[in-house]
Design a binder for this molecule. Sequence first.
Ligand code: GEK
Length: 245
Amino acid sequence: MKEDKIYASEAIGDEPFRFNSAVAEVFPDMLRRSIPGYAASLEAIGSLAARYVTPGTNCYDLGCSLGAATLAMRQGIRASNCRIFAVDNSAAMIERCNRILAEDKASDPSETPIEVTLGDIRDTPIANASMVVLNYTLQFLARNDRDDLIKRIVDGLLPGGLLVLSEKVIDEDPHMQALLVDLHHEHKRRNDYSQLEISRKRAALEDVLVPETVAAHRERLATAGFAHSGVWLRYFNFVSIVAIK
Ligand code: GEK
């Protein structure tokens, strides 16, 4: 696993964050050190796939990056004749994702084939779905695109189907928000990011990753037509929500 040193270098300048080849190359290390609860989110995606994916249905990993959630789903699925669609609009991510999936030995590809697509999740058709994963991806879309995508997901899910929505969030209470941000930064320092790397990354993500409150997410899910939603994981300002149609 190559170490993430992207924001350690002076050469990075003050460009907004992009999912380019430099990021794709260090991505597993970046997520492991930056997103508290990331490993737990993948574990749960496997368990939820075992419970919710039904025979002959489609599963979607939207914003799949290197396919970590795709693999977790494939390893969890117990139902037959399913197919997973993994979509990302970063060419660098998709190129690496294809290589990683080809090397995966933990599950039998013939049992649940995976279709990897370089494309925009705002245009991905969703149909006959029993499970959809948005693992830390919705946060990168504009707000009205979030509404449209969640609506299309609920429409493409079968009754009883499941959405896993993991996001960075903000707290309504400014005091709590400041505490959670500070705890997250301390977590990153414990994971060997310097103060300078943390503040450069924070600036690069400004206006690129726009967090919302848990209440705003749950309201969007309910308005779109999900019958149930709830937070199953929270670690500082990172949450994972499950929503059931
Ligand atoms: C994981 N889910 O490891 N269309 C397609 N992809 C997009 C779009 C879009 N409009 N916008 C952003 N992305 C993964 C981690 S990372 C999370 C997901 C993070 C993609 C983007 O290219 C990137 O690969 C991914 O969403 C977000 O479980 O970096 O914090």
